[in-house]
Design a protein around this ligand. Structure first.
Ligand SMILES: [Zn+2]
Length: 106
């Protein structure tokens, strides 16, 4: 089974579709589906019916749709490049993720 390397609050770049090359922050992860919700990206328009009980107006509402992880690249905080992360152990034996481009932990 492939392990998902993306975590909440990670920065990711979308590499396909209409938001290609745009960068956003991961706000939610759907582990079973290998999908994540990226803040402000991959927006879809959805028609919403008015709901008087919730005092909601009907109309077209824009919302983010989950993006499959295969369409994302992690973005390194330090060098701001999309990267494939590596993993290594610190002197304390803690596992950390690092950027293979600039060698910084992120
Ligand atoms: Zn980097």
């Amino acid at each position: 089974m492939r392990k998902m390397k993306i975590k909440q609050n990670d920065k990711v770049m979308i590499i396909s579709g209409k938001d290609k090359t745009k960068i956003g922050k991961v706000v939610k992860i759907f582990k079973s589906k290998d999908k994540v919700l990226v803040e402000g990206l991959n927006k879809i328009k959805r028609h919403v019916k008015p709901n008087p009980y919730k005092q909601e107006q009907g109309g077209i509402k824009e919302m983010e749709a989950p993006v499959h992880v295969s369409n994302l690249r992690l973005v390194c905080d330090a060098c701001t490049n999309p990267t494939r992360p590596g993993y290594r152990l610190t002197d304390d034996g803690e596992k950390v993720r690092y950027c293979k481009k600039c060698d910084e932990n992120f």
